[in-house]
Design a protein around this ligand. Structure first.
Ligand SMILES: Cc1cc2nc3c(=O)[nH]c(=O)nc-3n(C[C@H](O)[C@H](O)[C@H](O)COP(=O)(O)O)c2cc1C
Length: 305
């Protein structure tokens, strides 16, 4: 059995997740697992500077593709399963993965294939997955599973620890704040999802396996973060348009507006997040049924028309 893992990981966190999650497959002699890193020609720096980090905002939000380095997929291999492992940038799939999903070669790689998505993000991935679902549908691929690992700390706490990690490369705990990123126990125990994949491959039963994955905790959704994500997306589109009017990614002219965003976005998050926690509590009481239906939808793989 052949499994292709397409991934982009900047600091290595998602690669670590993929290694742990897929270890049951890698360690089984009957499965041939090929890891292929997807990279854009433009290298996004790590650690980021304030301007490079926020300059990636419009292209992430609008899914504007970048040129990719050659994708090292052996197309003569007829893969039984593709694992698409991605991180989220500004509530959308990261630029390298979004570029892959819009690349001509992706049409051949994904056509007719069963796909499982593996997400490693801070805590807001729900709308990014909707975008990925749409791309996979266009590519005529069949999404059969989704596995999500997030930083389970409080939203504002993880914003602070991720900023320090992204801008200074420091993940260690400081001033009473926890270590940045997804906790190691969660990464290590993700092999339980790999066991499900392995059993399904062995049984030759690659039909939708989400329920089985969910029973093991593959997709946990915090309703207040879904409400926050939806609100933020509207603002992101407005601000993205404001930036893009000044030019493309490599245009120096837009950097003034990017600088402004670098202050507005964190301030906005700190104002919006507590307000949303309060209002989502009210929404969860008033619109209990709708919210529950919404969460059920995001926990499965079909695409709302
Ligand atoms: C530019 C940028 C924007 C990000 N935006 C989000 C986001 O909207 N939601 C989220 O949950 N995580 C976000 N993250 C965190 C990433 O999804 C990811 O967890 C982190 O970058 C580590 O991934 P790595 O494996 O590529 O190193 C962002 C990271 C970067 C670099």
């Amino acid at each position: 059995m052949k499994v292709l893992v397409l991934y982009y990981s900047q600091t290595g966190q998602l690669k670590d997740i993929a290694n742990n999650c897929l270890s049951p497959l890698v360690n089984d002699d009957s499965v041939d697992v090929n890891f292929v890193k997807v990279e854009t020609e433009h290298q996004f720096p790590f650690p980021w500077t304030r301007l490079t980090f926020f300059n990636a905002f419009p292209e992430s939000v609008f899914g504007i593709p970048f040129k990719l380095k050659p994708i090292q997929v052996d197309e003569s291999k007829d893969y039984d399963l593709i694992i698409l492992a991605y991180t989220v940038w500004y509530l959308n799939p990261s630029i390298p993965i979004s570029s892959l999903l819009q690349n001509e070669e992706a049409k051949r790689i994904f056509n007719g294939k069963k796909v499982v998505t593996l997400i490693g993000s801070r805590n807001m991935w729900v709308l990014a997955q909707e975008r990925v679902k749409r791309h996979l549908k266009e590519l005529k691929a069949d999404l059969i599973g989704n596995i999500v690992l997030i930083d389970r700390n409080k939203n504002l706490v993880s914003i602070i620890t991720i900023i320090r990690w992204m801008f200074y490369g420091k993940k260690d705990p400081f001033w009473g704040f926890p270590r940045a990123g997804i906790i190691q126990e969660d990464i290590e125990s993700s092999n339980r999802f790999g066991e499900v994949l392995l059993n399904r491959l062995k049984q030759n039963n690659l039909s939708d396996m989400q329920e089985e994955l969910n029973a093991k905790g593959a997709v946990e959704i915090n309703p207040s973060l879904v409400i926050l994500e939806k609100r933020a997306t509207k603002l992101f589109h407005m601000y993205g348009n404001f930036l893009i009017k000044k030019g493309g990614f490599f245009d120096k002219e837009r950097l003034g507006r990017v600088g402004l965003l670098s202050y507005l976005l964190p301030i906005g998050a700190f104002i919006l997040s507590p307000i949303t926690t309060l209002s989502s509590f009210l929404i969860s009481v008033i619109k209990r049924k709708e919210l529950a239906a919404e969460i059920r939808y995001f926990k499965q793989n079909s695409l709302r028309e």
